[in-house]
Design a protein around this ligand. Structure first.
Ligand code: ADP
Ligand code: MG
Length: 705
């Protein structure tokens, strides 16, 4: 048993948070910094200098030797370059630790080593990281020591965003401006700020590290590229919320401890649907912080897993035939004086502000379903979306019974006069306490579901940063709020105009609402009839980002410029083609060097057996051995042929200059060729002796953690 954790002492102990700042900074400096954090005022030089020095002292007291500007380039993982605090030795030969205001607010990593999607060739290679004081600095402890991590944004010399944080911050600002306009127009004079809140539920798999290391596909691709289904999959549903095994429990405890120290409020943990799959959810936070905290969470899961002799797989689809992993992005909008704009109250039909906000969101999602879909595209997600386990690639909104009914009243009669009530939960057992149930059951199949006082966007992939999804969500909602605010500000009768807008949006965008089973084939057909976009893959979805309407919207709200959007689409498509290429080469390697040799050994054994048995006992029936030999040899031939085809296609793909065409070719030709190679190999796995098979099976990986 580990020692007891004292939550109150542990939580945030590695964060340079408000409490530490209040305690350690001179009052004037503290207030200056707070103004920058809360009101977006520019940070002055003197303040930066004092903050830097105080931050350094605090970090060094906690054992830090290095600092890093911590940022999120377009690779999707966080980047850091460590510098030590050590400065030139003084006259007595002692080192002094220094950290200046300049070093705090500005860094200059070599921008040319990060993907920029052409922004680099058109502009300068220089890139700067700049301190984002709205996300607190924190200490990261690992085997290499303690490092002070300073969250930063990463931009090119000309101010173009080269990262995920910059556009997110811009979108938060855009949404705040439009939300405040809307609130003012509706008569709210008190709220000063409106901030999106986000809570991301992180799914992941754990496998034994030794077994992980025996599989090149897991090492290079993060997912299995071969593997026959074990006799037992997830059909019994006995893993979901099942008792957490001790080894996994010890891992979770460590993860929580590390996260709490870094101020990440990890809250719930449970086993997920698939064997070996788990979930971790924090308490929600302001969007910018929540994005950073999710990056910290992913890093921590990986690091701690290694320490516990396991590997954490964040890939969206580590195992074919078994549920993949996603990241539910819970999103709401709250004012500084505590109003959640997505809280319907007990009688939503009377809550005009809520109904306007809700119908604006319906409009936003319907108008920009394709961009929202694209915001959740990542290579691994292609293997998950639409597979009866995750939402389809079609965006729709689940409102539930109560709001669905209010919306129907609005569409049918122009006014909503009543709200369906939740009632009491009747268990039939008198000793169980009776409690009011929600007015609506859940719908797990919807990609964008209203869940009481927030929306849950369920399409995001488990390995992906949630920055992009939230950037898009914030911007499309800002646009809808802007349109509504325009109308309200010009109106003589705000109440009437508001009513008209609600009715209009409800009627015009009701097609995006779907409360049924989104996993079903009928929905795919129904969605097509409604004219909703169905963009099944990354390659289909990505071009949405650079459509003229999308560009116009992002430019209008100063979230992305045209060139930034083009750059992002290019980086993603290029990343896709590269990933497919790596996977194809890994398959060829495993097939050629590992699988074929053991199959040949297996067939030789069969041939030997047929000969020996035939000699020893001519009347013995060796038809089974012969059948197996024929079958295995046929599969071997199929593998060999598929390998040749895959190799040719991989080379062909590589030669395509145009990135969109290359990605398209990878999707249409290379991926099916990979499937064609996998099929005979998986058949062989079911025939060949277990002890010969060159790497751990699905069963070994997911049932024996
Ligand atoms: P579930 O049953 O789907 O797991 P939870 O209520 O546990 O739902 O919440 C899941 C996530 O949503 C958590 O990270 C939680 O903090 C977050 N969350 C809860 N309320 C809000 C809100 N108003 N805005 C944003 N996120 C929220
Ligand atoms: Mg959820």
């Amino acid at each position: 048993m580990g020692e007891t954790i004292k939550m109150t002492e542990v939580f945030g102990s590695n964060v340079f948070n408000d409490e530490v700042m209040r305690e350690r900074l001179p009052k004037k400096i503290y207030l200056d910094l707070k103004r920058t954090i809360q009101e977006g005022e520019e940070l002055n030089r003197e303040t930066a200098e004092v903050v830097a020095n105080t931050m350094k002292d605090w970090a060094v007291e906690h054992g830090a030797t290095h600092y890093t500007h911590w940022f999120q380039p377009l690779t999707g993982v966080t980047a850091e370059k460590h510098d030590s605090f050590i400065c030139a030795p003084n006259a007595e030969g002692k080192v002094i630790m220094e950290f200046s205001g300049k070093e705090l607010i500005k860094g200059e990593p070599d921008a040319s080593s990060f993907p920029s999607g052409g922004l680099r060739s058109t502009f300068e290679a220089r890139g700067y990281t700049s301190w984002d004081c709205t996300s607190p600095a924190f200490l990261k402890e690992d085997a290499s020591g303690v490092v002070l991590c300073i969250p930063t944004a990463f931009c090119s010399y000309t101010g173009e965003a080269l990262d995920k944080k910059t556009p997110l911050l811009r979108s938060i600002e855009a949404l705040e401006i439009q939300s405040l306009r809307l609130l003012r127009a509706l008569g709210n004079t008190t709220s000063k700020r409106v901030i999106p809140s986000v809570g991301a539920e992180q799914e992941y798999f754990l496998v034994d590290r030794q077994k992980f290391l025996q599989r090149k596909d897991l090492i290079y691709a993060g997912r299995t590229l071969f593997g026959a289904m074990p006799p037992k999959g997830q059909e019994l549903d006995d893993h979901y919320f099942g008792t957490i095994r001790e080894r996994v429990g010890a891992f979770m405890r460590d993860v929580n401890l590390e996260l709490w120290k870094m101020g990440v409020p990890a809250k719930t943990q449970h086993n997920e649907v698939a064997p070996g799959q788990h979930e971790l959810a924090p308490i929600y936070a302001e969007a910018n912080l929540a994005v950073d905290q999710n990056q910290i969470t992913m890093e921590t899961l990986k690091r701690v897993a290694a320490r516990h002799g396991m590997a954490c797989l964040l890939h969206e689809k580590p195992f074919n035939g078994i549920n993949g992993s996603g990241k539910h992005n819970n999103w709401s909008l709250t004012t500084d004086d505590g109003i959640n704009l997505l809280d319907p109250g007990k009688t939503p039909h009377e809550n005009i502000q809520f109904l306007l906000v809700l119908t604006c969101i319906l409009k936003a999602v319907d108008d920009h379903a394709d961009i929202l879909r694209a915001s959740a595209s990542c290579t691994g997600n292609d293997y998950r979306l639409g597979l009866q386990e995750a939402p389809p690639a079609i965006i729709s909104v689940f409102l539930g019974q109560q709001l669905g009914d209010v919306l129907k009243q609005l569409v049918d009669t122009g006014t909503a006069t009543h709200s369906i009530k939740g009632g009491k939960l009747m268990t039939g057992v008198r000793t169980l306490p009776a409690f009011s149930k929600d007015a609506t059951d859940r719908n797990r199949t919807s990609p964008f579901a209203f869940t009481g006082n927030k929306f849950e966007f369920r399409m995001v992939g488990s390995s992906d940063s949630i920055a992009c999804a939230n950037t898009v969500l914030n911007t499309i909602v800002a646009e809808a709020f802007c349109e509504a605010a325009d109308a309200l500000e010009q109106s003589e009768d705000v109440g009437l105009t508001c009513h008209h807008l609600i009715k209009k949006y409800a009627a015009e965008h009701q097609r995006i609402v779907f409360n049924g089973n989104a996993y079903s084939q009928e929905w795919v057909e129904e969605a097509a009839r409604r004219g909703l976009p169905n963009l099944p893959s990354l390659v289909d979805a990505e071009p949405a980002l650079v459509q003229p309407e999308a560009v116009a919207m992002f430019e209008r709200f100063h979230v992305f410029s045209q060139s930034e959007l083009a750059a992002r689409a290019e980086v993603k498509l290029e990343g896709y083609a590269k990933t497919v290429n790596i996977e194809a080469r890994t398959m060829l390697d495993m097939a050629g060097k590992q699988i074929m040799p053991v199959v040949i050994r297996y067939t030789s054994r069969l041939a030997d057996s047929i000969n020996w048995v035939g000699q020893a006992c001519p009347e013995a029936d060796v038809s089974v051995q012969k059948e197996l030999l024929v079958e295995a040899s046929a599969a071997l031939v199929a593998m060999r042929k598929a390998m040749g085809e895959l190799r040719t296609l991989t080379e062909e793909a590589y030669a395509i200059e145009d990135i969109m065409q290359r990605a398209r070719f990878c999707h249409d030709r290379v991926v099916p060729a990979m499937d064609a190679l996998r099929a005979p190999a998986d058949r062989l796995e079911m025939m060949v002796d277990k002890e010969l098979w060159p790497f751990p099976s699905y069963g070994d990986l997911i049932f024996e953690v």
